[in-house]
Write a protein that binds this ligand. Sequence first.
Ligand SMILES: Nc1nc2c(ncn2[C@@H]2O[C@H](COP(=O)(O)OP(=O)(O)OP(=O)(O)O)[C@@H](O)[C@H]2O)c(=O)[nH]1
Ligand SMILES: [Mg+2]
Length: 291
Amino acid sequence: MDCQFFLKSHLLSRKRLVVYFFFNICINYKLYNDKILIYSLYCINKIRIIKLESCLVIIPTYNEIENIHSIIRAVLQQGEQFSVLIVDDNSPDGTGEVVEILQKTENRIHLLQRSGKLGLGTAYIAGFRYGINKAFDYIFEMDADFSHNPDDLKRLLKACQEGADMAIGSRYIKGGDIKNWSKDRLVLSYGASLYVKSITWLPVNDPTAGFICYKRKVLESLDLDKIKFIGYTFQIEMKYYAWSKGFKLAEVPITFVDREKGNSKMHANIVSEAIKGVLKMRWRKMTGYYS
Ligand SMILES: Nc1nc2c(ncn2[C@@H]2O[C@H](COP(=O)(O)OP(=O)(O)OP(=O)(O)O)[C@@H](O)[C@H]2O)c(=O)[nH]1
Ligand SMILES: [Mg+2]
């Protein structure tokens, strides 16, 4: 039984898997010959001790052919426990096809191919459901365009391992920074943060941030059907909902870099969605929607 356990497991490094495979054979040999159950129990226990916690990094994509290969590689390089889920909206540039090819060489690459451009929020919700079903311990949100540095994934993970339920890669706390943004974009983003905080009282300095690590239990306890926003407001609503449910949010300083390759998918509607959306959220909280 324990043998099946670790054959199924994708969480152990290959070297450890081999060592424990032989270890288990020895144990079962002992079990059948000497009927010493204690050895088998010891084996199960050992495996539990060395089991790495699994991480799924969700990356929504729409026309990211220039970034897709390198971002997947950079995430997987963070360690054996990291897997990546691309949620692609049938990108006309063939991003999804590239992922399908990469999948043949590495089983830590997952793909959800959707029929068309359905928006960032619904892409993440589909990814969350996937991560919950596959029982990943930690589930991340990350952009494909290298604005979020894959090397920061482990710092977000550490914050969750040390007590946070949701760790947010934050540009607007001490140590955080933004590189290569125009003044207008900076003012818009920082202004949005102040607006959100003044209306919702959310104790987060970067409420529109999209580089996040969740403990699985957070996503399991939210009713994901209640999340309706699709742009930046989606990011605000996730934090507001989790906070309203009593989860502990922590901010980790990151340096955000403007995309170098590919095109932005931002559009003007995002601003009006956010202005009205935040007021709607406040109302919803008052009426118990997020309890
Ligand atoms: N699946 C999916 N992904 C999307 C959609 N819109 C944007 N994305 C992805 O979401 C991530 C963030 O989008 P960006 O275009 O970088 O948006 P942004 O970061 O607000 O804009 P820039 O700062 O200009 O890059 C990227 O990985 C996009 O490819 C969508 O409708 N569906
Ligand atoms: Mg971007």
